[in-house]
Design a protein around this ligand. Structure first.
Ligand SMILES: C[S@@+](CC[C@H](N)C(=O)[O-])C[C@H]1O[C@@H](n2cnc3c(N)ncnc32)[C@H](O)[C@@H]1O
Length: 270
């Protein structure tokens, strides 16, 4: 059933040690947090295509489902989930982003609970309590994604799903200010910043990883890839930057937690 786990993963040779710079403190704070939260609401950028794609990978009826939105930021996706009837727990490392999310919750009460926690730890979420986990453009902000996948597989109910969106790893860096061509190799895992200070990634570093790294780490934690969408940019973005027509843009993945998990003493290739 899972023989493909024995396929030697490609593109993992250059996994580099970048975790040491990690301090468990979010860089989304102060004025930057406010700027980020308002920029995503205003512009027809990535959220305008990834949120509909993520919702389309969830069940039609969310009533009564427990969904943890990890790296929820100011709650842009959490609200969409709650509006559709889900019982949402929004988790983020940044108190400042959570404060913005809570302010929105005070304005329109949707019953969302916001909790400060680290996605690598998730000590505030109990084992196998969630029907689904969502991660909207947050994975590429997180350093130790092996720990993140481990925690997600702990908090998901068996048969529950993880829906994650991220900038397409096979693309040049995409943002709402046009394309940026970083100098690093596709095959490296690397933390990098854009030279364009107008962009989010010109202010906050991001992690590039080869696609196989995401898929193989998820598989190692019992999360099997079920669906994959590659949403195209919004017409607004295409009109401004026609070069987006020729390159990948965003990636949305749905994984499902299998009941059957590899045991530690089994000799499958990691
Ligand atoms: C690009 S923002 C996305 C926020 C939100 N999901 C959205 O789509 O607007 C990434 C978010 O991940 C959060 N984050 C980064 N590292 C984290 C970690 N280790 N645990 C929890 N949240 C983290 C940041 O604080 C930030 O709010």
């Amino acid at each position: 059933m899972v023989s493909y786990l024995n396929t030697p993963p490609k593109g993992e040779k250059n996994k580099i040690a970048i975790q040491d710079s990690y301090t468990s403190k979010s860089e989304y704070k102060g004025e930057f947090a406010k700027w980020y939260a308002s920029s995503i609401e205003e512009f027809g950028g990535p959220h305008s295509v990834v949120i509909p794609a993520m919702i389309c990978l969830l069940p039609c009826r969310l009533y009564g489902l427990q969904i943890a939105d990890i790296g929820c930021g100011s709650g842009i996706l959490s609200r969409e989930l709650a509006l559709r009837g889900a019982e949402v727990l929004g988790v983020d490392l940044s108190e400042d982003m959570l404060e913005l999310a809570r302010q929105a919750e005070e304005r329109i009460h949707l019953g969302i609970v916001y909790q400060q926690d680290d996605a690598c730890v998730l000590s505030s979420v109990t084992d196998h309590s969630q029907d689904a986990v969502t991660m909207c453009l947050s994975l590429t902000d997180m350093p130790n994604i092996e720990a993140v996948f481990s925690q997600i597989s702990r908090i998901l109910k068996f048969g529950g799903c993880l829906i994650a969106s991220l900038p397409h790893p096979c693309a040049p860096c995409s943002s709402h200010i046009g394309l940026d061509y970083p100098q690093h190799s596709y095959y490296e895992e690397i933390r990098w910043m854009s030279s364009n200070r107008q962009s989010v990634r010109g202010r906050i570093p991001t992690y590039h990883r080869p696609l196989s790294l995401y898929i193989n780490l998820a598989l190692q934690h019992g999360l099997v890839l079920e669906r994959m969408l590659e949403p195209q940019p919004s017409p607004l973005l295409l009109a401004r930057y026609p070069q987006y027509e020729r390159v990948p843009y965003m990636l949305v993945l749905r994984f499902r937690l299998q009941c059957f998990r590899p045991q530690e003493n089994e000799t499958w290739q990691k």
